[in-house]
Write a protein that binds this ligand. Sequence first.
Ligand SMILES: [Zn+2]
Length: 358
Amino acid sequence: MQVRDFSEVFWYGGREPEPRSLQLTWLLEFARKYLNVYQNVKPGCPTVELDIVNNSKFEAAAASRDGRYFIGINKGVLEIASNIFNRMLASNKLFIDIGDPTLESETVKTVSTITDSKELDKKEFVVPKDGLRKKFADELCRQLFNFIVFHEYGHICHGHSDFINALNQGEGVIYDMFESGQIDYLDWQTTEMDADSFATNAGVYFLRAVTKMPGLAAQEFNRFYGDLKSAIRIWIFAVYTFNRMFILRNNQKSLFQEHPPHSVRNMLIMNNVVVIAKLFYGEEFSKEIAKVCWDSAVEVEKAFGEISQDGINWWSIRFALQPDPNDLNKLIRHNWNKVRPLLEPFAMVPLPALVNEQ
Ligand SMILES: [Zn+2]
């Protein structure tokens, strides 16, 4: 069967109908612009059809069909992320260096992490009173949205979706929504690490560009991106928050799931940022970046603690520092040497090198 339409590919909701909110339109415009820029600077990266899926779950997906490539982001992603970031910035206790926090009220607490926007009580949607703080919440949403788009794009560019399609005789399993049943969990988690790594490289590429070419960020956000360290602080905050939202359903160190546990994902992403910083700016600067990453991670945990009725929960950070997840971290990284040759025939851009550390 020839699949010709976005709604057919993402059949579990189809294309989000018009008219759409201004924020959704703005986010899509930015993400499409960034995809275009990336396609121009990285030969081999294909054009994709990116749109919003009319589904309330906090999920996104990538698919290839008949040589065409699709990315579908559920509208639940935006609704949930927007609720969380606006709630944080509407609190007079959080981000006190942004705008005028004295205009804000006491924290409006919410139930623990939500992964379906149907669970959101619309009456509870709080918005920051200070204009700059509202914009900052929007910018965090945009960074989170872009990370997810480029994670899905990594599944496409690094050949994951074509590889899975080939195993399924072209039946077209959708990445990130359904398990293939064709490869084992460790291999699947390894491709997830690879997609995160692709999105991290693209993320840092744009952060470096934004600090040099302020036109790349919306004008009012220039002040947040004065230097690479403050840019990385914002980016890590958004990305760590994204993974942190899975704490309820993905809180085991088990290998029997498609995605690595969120703490392991965050560890791998932060390590990757530090490695990239070292490559471009040397050892000393990379140590400063490592501190920025950890400070930002702690800032997320404190922010979640503040807006959650359950209070602060250091479980994620402790889990990430225990020996076991580090073993899993190592296991996944080393498994790249097994998975890379399988993906090689399908990859459209050069894949990361084999791992040769002990
Ligand atoms: Zn994925």
